[in-house]
Design a protein around this ligand. Structure first.
Ligand SMILES: [Zn+2]
Length: 53
């Protein structure tokens, strides 16, 4: 039995297009750092609020 190895291509950050290595295939990273992750969360929250207006 061989170990399952899944190689993922680096994904670009949603905000700055910086390529991010994907160490965890089960949880792909889409943001280069914490600040950009927070930015996405804020935008998503804002979109949700606007949809309910
Ligand atoms: Zn970024």
């Amino acid at each position: 039995m061989g170990a399952i190895e899944i190689e993922l291509d680096p994904l670009p950050c949603r905000w700055c297009q910086k390529l991010i290595k994907q160490p965890k295939w089960w949880r792909p990273k889409r943001h280069c750092g914490r600040s950009h992750r927070v930015k996405t969360r804020l935008v998503n929250a804002l979109v949700r609020v606007l949809e309910h207006l």
